[in-house]
Design a protein around this ligand. Structure first.
Ligand SMILES: NC(=O)c1ccc[n+]([C@@H]2O[C@H](COP(=O)([O-])OP(=O)(O)OC[C@H]3O[C@@H](n4cnc5c(N)ncnc54)[C@H](OP(=O)(O)O)[C@@H]3O)[C@@H](O)[C@H]2O)c1
Length: 231
């Protein structure tokens, strides 16, 4: 299995689950080497910027006969000043859409060549499924990712039987949402009774594991793991 961006808050939970089941796991990170090296005894760890073609190729080359690809890499594309909007949108395009979708396409091509009926899982967000003010830079690229993932699923159905699905988390008490939770930004979801708790990384791990099941009959789906926030 290749878990791209798998050293982060959600990726670590999935990696722990897969390693415990005996899977051979390759984790990629981008800039946080210290966090990534915590995994070096249990997994192969590779530095890769998914926006760079040569890094994507190096990552996939490390996994001949790849069965499972999960792409966690993402950037919250936070904007603090109006002047930062354009840069945030460009960064979001690269990290939340372009890199993950190109990697997924390249992985699917390799699976087809090696005749592996594989599984690909991409990561979106609740902000791509409901409208949250001030999330344009982040959410619109994730919405594009969902659409592209469904196109890829259609291209991969049939004899090649490569399943492509998307997990769309809500507010998880792990990874990139931790600073926002700590700031109280999402408390209203609890106070207004919209959810009964924030999500856990393990909630996401269960959904990913489901999509990685070798004999499942599900492709082109977006599974919201958000406790009902986007209903
Ligand atoms: N946590 C949540 O509540 C939540 C909610 C909705 C959606 N999501 C989505 O879930 C996914 C995982 O998020 P997370 O919470 O686990 O975030 P995280 O802890 O920040 O992890 C993000 C991962 O992506 C990697 N990454 C960042 N930029 C990259 C690049 N250019 N190329 C390759 N890898 C890159 C990071 O590597 P380094 O750390 O080494 O830089 C890290 O491994 C993301 O796609 C996010 O949008 C999360």
């Amino acid at each position: 299995m290749v878990l791209a961006g798998g050293t982060g808050g959600l990726g670590s939970a999935v990696a722990s689950r897969l390693v415990a089941e005996g899977a051979r796991v390759i984790l990629s990170f981008h800039s946080n080497r210290e966090r990534a090296l915590l995994w070096q005894d249990r997994a192969v760890v590779i530095q890769a910027d998914l926006a760079a073609a040569e890094d994507r190729a190096r990552l996939l080359a490390a996994a001949p006969n790849l069965y499972g690809l999960v792409v966690f890499a993402g950037d919250p594309a936070r904007v603090n000043e109006p002047g930062e909007v354009e840069a945030a949108m460009r960064r979001s395009h690269e990290v939340n859409y372009l890199g993950p979708i190109l990697l997924a396409r390249e992985a699917a091509a390799r699976m087809r060549t090696s005749r592996v009926e594989g599984a690909i899982v991409l990561f979106s967000t609740m902000q791509a499924n409901a409208l949250f003010p001030a999330s344009t830079a982040y959410a619109a690229q994730k919405a594009a990712l969902q659409h592209a993932a469904r196109i890829l699923a259609k291209e991969c159905r049939g004899p090649s039987n490569i399943r492509v699905n998307v997990v769309s988390p809500g507010v998880m008490a792990a990874g990139m949402a931790e600073p926002s939770i700590a700031s109280g930004k999402y408390d209203r979801f609890l106070q207004e009774g919209i959810i009964n708790r924030f999500g856990r990384a393990e909630d996401v791990a269960r959904a990913v594991r489901f999509f990685l099941e070798p004999d499942n009959y599900i492709t082109g789906q977006v599974l919201c793991v958000d406790g009902g926030i986007t209903l």
